[in-house]
Design a protein around this ligand. Structure first.
Ligand code: BGC
Length: 368
């Protein structure tokens, strides 16, 4: 496999050298996709989904590409970008590990004339981001909040809050979306926050500034890491009284961390029932939903996201500018963006949304 990719890249590289040497005489029809993709980590199934869907889409389109992983390390991410730029890519599709830290990688790509597409997570604090392909992350957070609200009865329901990595702009948007739905229901007494003094201090405010969000996230961050999530949840359960347990509502940020948090709550004898949110529709979480161990996930169809990213890349290769449906503030300016909608999945629609649609096959799961 490695050899095939190397060979294809040699062709891509030779084609771009040829094109440069021929000054406009290259045949656009025979052009290979001179694109490099850098994803944040292989350790989370979410990004393996993107890798697989990128490969499928590129194969179908007859293009070749190199996909590299940064393993949650900004220095490695930058080295990956440098390597791809040195190989002559014309478009970079990058999901930053850390949005701010990735600015340097985007800057070096732009300095070499490479178009930079931010993929799913926003590269922040640089103007060298040409385009952003993303899901509607505020709606992801709103879906978390709505699910918990829809399942809560009466008042005084125990609420536990968890967040993603504070290095990821999305973690702020997800939490902000969840807060927009949960806060009125905290203010009216439906929920009582059990694990964050920062959230309690801010519970009277419907709209939070980035700094205020940062305070809460800093206290309940999982860093998108399963082990941190597990330890955090176990710590909360250790300090909680029996009255803080019983039936609980858990706003948790993504499938990987949700499984860790759900396992911790599930193992506590004083927890009689828990509702827990998630996102990504990872296979392991789909099985958790079938088994009744995770309540919901937000399905983000990465086929759409990869296809939008490829379309944008091809548009740049043709010397044109892709159309945008909105824009996102990356702390240095507004970045033109293409946004994709999301779907809430629970036990009631898991089969129709994820299996009958052909996204996953039924044989991947038991007890469907
Ligand atoms: C993505 C999520 C993912 C998380 C952890 C976020 O930026 O939008 O889909 O679960 O990062 O990798």
């Amino acid at each position: 496999m490695k050899k095939v990719i190397t060979l294809l890249l040699a062709v891509v590289f030779a084609t771009s050298l040829f094109a440069a040497g021929q000054q406009g005489t290259a045949d656009a029809g025979s052009k290979k996709l001179a694109v490099g993709i850098v994803l944040p980590t292989k350790d989370e199934p979410r990004w393996l989904q993107d890798e697989a869907r990128f490969k499928d889409a590129l194969e179908a389109a007859g293009y070749s590409v190199e996909i590299l992983f940064s393993q949650g390390d900004s220095a490695r991410e930058r080295a990956n970008v440098e390597a791809l730029v040195a190989k002559g890519i014309q478009v970079l599709i990058l999901t930053p590990h850390d949005g701010d830290a990735a600015a340097a990688a985007a800057d070096l790509a732009a300095a070499a004339g490479v178009k930079v597409i931010s993929y799913d997570r926003l590269i922040t604090s640089t103007t060298n981001v040409d385009y952003y392909v993303t899901f509607d992350s505020f709606s992801v957070g709103k879906a978390f909040g709505q699910y918990l609200v829809d399942n809560a009865k009466g008042s005084g329901n125990n609420l536990y809050l968890y967040a993603g990595g504070s290095f990821d702009n999305n973690a702020f948007i997800f939490f902000d979306g969840a807060w927009s739905v949960l806060q009125p229901k905290i203010a009216d007494g439906t929920f009582v926050i059990k694990n964050s003094s920062e959230a309690i201090a801010l519970q009277g405010k419907k709209e939070l500034s980035r700094e205020e969000l940062g305070k809460i996230i800093g206290q309940v961050t999982t860093g998108w890491d399963f082990n941190i999530a597990k330890n955090l949840a176990e710590g909360h359960l250790t300090t909680a009284t029996a009255a803080d347990k019983g039936e609980v509502f858990i706003c948790a940020p993504n499938d990987g961390t949700v499984r860790a948090i759900a396992d911790a709550f599930g193992a506590d004898g004083d927890v009689t029932k828990y509702y827990i949110t998630g996102q990504d529709a990872e296979k392991a979480s789909v099985q958790y939903i079938i088994d009744g161990k995770q309540s919901m996930t937000v399905f983000k169809d990465v086929r759409t996201l990869t296809s939008d990213a490829i379309k944008a890349a091809v548009t740049y290769l043709e010397g044109k500018t892709p159309t945008a449906t909105g824009s996102y503030d990356n702390k240095a300016g507004m970045i033109p963006a293409m946004q994709t909608e999301v779907i809430t999945v629970d036990a009631a629609n898991v089969k129709s949304v994820l299996i009958d649609s052909g996204y996953y096959s039924a044989s991947d799961f038991t007890g469907l």
